[in-house]
Design a protein around this ligand. Sequence first.
Ligand code: KIV
Ligand code: ZN
Length: 515
Amino acid sequence: MQEKIIIFDTTLRDGEQSPGISLDAAEKLEIAEQLARLNVDYIEAGFPVASQGDFEAVAAIARSVQGPTIAALSRTHLSDVDRCWEALRDADKARIHVFISTSPSHMEHMLKMSPSQVLAETKAGVSRAREHTADVEFSPQDATRTPYDFMLEVLQCAVDAGATTLNIPDTVGYGIPWEFGDLIANISKEIHGEYIISTHCHNDLGLATANSLAGVQNGARQVEVCINGLGERAGNAALEEVVMALTIRSDIFANATTQIKTEELARTSRLVSRLTGYPVQYNKSVVGRNAFAHESGIHQHGVLSNRSTYEIIAAESVGQTASQIVLGKHSGRHAFSDTVAKMGLTIQGDALNAAFQRFKDLADRKVEITEADIEAIVTEEVGVHEDSFFQLDNLAVSGSSTDLATATVTVTSQHQSVTTTATGNGMLDAAAQALSEATKLEARLTSLSITALTGGVDAVGTAVVQLESSTGLKVSGRAISTDVVEAAAKAYLDGLNRLVRMRTRLEQRDVSITP
Ligand code: KIV
Ligand code: ZN
């Protein structure tokens, strides 16, 4: 008898809480569509009460994404639960995820509530959620630092009030696998009723995947995970790691199975990386670009004779195959949109037109266009907002890339064009100075990475920048181009646009309630 492990993806909720990530509704929708193709069981789409933007993104996903159950997070306040349901109500299948902190530190310093008040809140919040849907998850936040007996009391109260999933968050990544495993085993012995146990492990000690697997080994039947291990601070357990560990070591996780379409893992990882601006470590397990690369002669010899000598995962099984050449200069609009659709990407209307135009421009500079190029163009267009505050109309740089250089930029904002010229230490510095002057926004460039998506000197490069504003706000920006300076300058402007968006969003958002 195979036992299904429910994959609850929280990239769009906990993952989006990673510092510097701010996804808008279109970007969230694109990721949600891809998570549906990956075949996750649950998509936690957001925290509707946090802001109007969060509410609308959850509602848009609930309305249109088919397949997975759509979940959203809520505090125990009755008005929050109702608002959460309002965002979810159009989903085919919906779950309300109610949480409250239970550790002494959180109860004293954040909630300012006594244990009995927390119990009363749990009962009220979960009962209210059950009035809306039969699928209710409850989380005692900071469970691993909560006194055991009190945690059991809260969990039993949640089940009695109607919770059908008990999620055990290791909120601060404090757990050690065997200890966390014992905790899960003991909860399932002590709590009476019909419920599923779930894990939610943070990675502060680098143990999130190990702890989640220990949970499964001890009876958990749901794991909460994020693509690329995104999430608060050091992140959450990475979906791709947990799923592949369960798949490859089915000898240990006897009978545990997931319904994930593992061939979609690499593409999902790339999409999330591009839209969040969080690069994937080269040697990241499963989805890193070097996860199947072999350097030493002995290894190469072994792999050439038989891949199983040094590989435990078949690269194709996780979608890590070489890019196919799919289109060229003479390919027309029909071939382009056909290829995009076959690749499972969703882009329509103006964004499709813009993506096709970019494809044509690229085809003028590059003979062969691969799947990776198309994926980059399309995901880039998903993030192009008609309401982007600043648009780059022109960029001209001259001089040396290491010495004094000059850049002239023309930026349009709200129908007004501004042209500025600046000098800098190298072309990128000059372009960044000119953009800062044109936008009157100052932000420190804290990191820049340029990655070639394909080989050759005409490769399309993705530039990702991290910026920090004078008030300490961190954002990332990204852009693609076959020209490195252009990619970096556009990424810088994308970062400035995100800074404007994030400021507006933070003004609307009640940050004090973010879990
Ligand atoms: O880490 C945590 O405790 C959470 C809860 C809201 C589940 O993200
Ligand atoms: Zn969390």
